[in-house]
Design a binder for this molecule. Structure first.
Ligand code: MEV
Length: 308
């Protein structure tokens, strides 16, 4: 039994989305997590996830282990004790860990989908999304739920925390270059730091969140009305607000500037920040040129993706 889940990028609204402002995210299908479940001769539930150097039997993992706890949650829906099925779970991924592309949520989504099929549980997308969100809450502090939602439904989302999922249509396709600083940056830390700033000066940070929320709203209208070229300035503005939230970094700023110098229409960090990935809006014909400049400026990897 095999299942997979895509990566994601946040186009607009990261961090502010934790404080109930809207954000836009899209799946990135060029990278993905694959989970395969096989019947096995060895006793127990063996998990092999070479990306994080994990080769272990479920019961040897701590009860709060990110992958182990997701498996236990699914098993609790069965009438069997955790050690009764003899299976092997192989997890592989091309999504870099802690890079802002949603690797953690994608592992959970692919894992739950594969287990649901293997045990004929017929879980719905809503149920899967809810279970992944519970796991995100355990491991990532105060997540908004945007990562699990865009990855579970594998659709563009206009996301407001706690509200029913809203997708959006793309009036005219547009091209994004994604570039990885290669610096792992756990979202939990940047989200926690923003919370500390907000607690010290709520007025100041609420108004930054308001501005970011406005950008998401205008961006959605521009995308739906087929005017993606408007997104460039919105990205630049969103990046400067993220700098004020202290979640950018010299490496991210350098990539953002070099994307703009190479002809991008706008650029910003994407996801939790401090490291991880940035995104740039480009004319399709200039995508390769911008990607090459980003590599020259220090990016470890680039992905060109069309949003349609
Ligand atoms: C992470 O992809 C996006 C953040 O806004 C955190 C969250 O929404 O949970 C930084």
């Amino acid at each position: 039994m095999k299942s997979s889940a895509p990566g994601k990028i946040i186009l607009f609204g990261e961090h502010a989305v934790v404080y109930n402002r809207p954000a836009l995210a899209v799946p990135v299908n060029q990278v993905q997590v694959d989970v395969e479940i096989l019947d096995s001769d060895s006793a127990g539930i063996w998990i092999h996830a070479p990306i994080i150097d994990l080769h272990a039997e479920l019961n040897s993992l701590q009860s709060d282990h990110a992958i182990g706890s997701v498996i236990l949650k699914v098993l609790s829906l069965l009438d069997e004790s955790p050690s009764s099925p003899n299976i092997q779970i192989n997890i592989s991924s091309t999504i870099p860990v802690a890079s802002g592309l949603g690797s953690g949520a994608a592992v959970s989504v692919a894992l739950i989908c594969a287990l649901s099929s293997f045990f004929s549980l017929s879980l719905t997308d809503n149920q899967i999304n809810e279970m992944v969100f519970e796991s995100e809450k355990l491991h990532h502090g105060t997540p908004s739920g945007i990562d699990n939602t865009v990855i579970t439904f594998n659709k563009p989302v206009y996301f407001i925390k706690g509200q029913p999922i809203e997708t959006f249509t793309v009036g005219k396709p547009f091209t994004i270059v994604i570039a990885d600083t290669g610096i792992p940056a756990p979202t939990k830390e940047s989200v926690g730091d923003v919370r500390k700033l907000w607690e010290k000066d709520k007025n100041k940070y609420e108004s930054i969140f308001d501005e970011i929320g406005q950008i998401s709203l205008i961006a959605r209208r521009s995308i739906e009305s087929g005017q993606p070229e408007m997104l460039g300035d919105l990205m630049d503005h969103n990046h400067s607000l993220l700098q004020q939230l202290t979640v950018s970094s010299p490496e991210l700023d350098k990539l953002v500037l070099s994307a703009r110098d190479a002809g991008a229409l706008g650029a910003k960090l994407s996801g939790g920040g401090r490291g991880g990935n940035m995104i740039a809006l480009v004319n399709q014909a200039e995508a390769n040129q911008v990607a090459e400049s980003l590599i020259k400026a220090g990016a470890k990897n680039t992905i060109i993706t069309e949003i349609k």
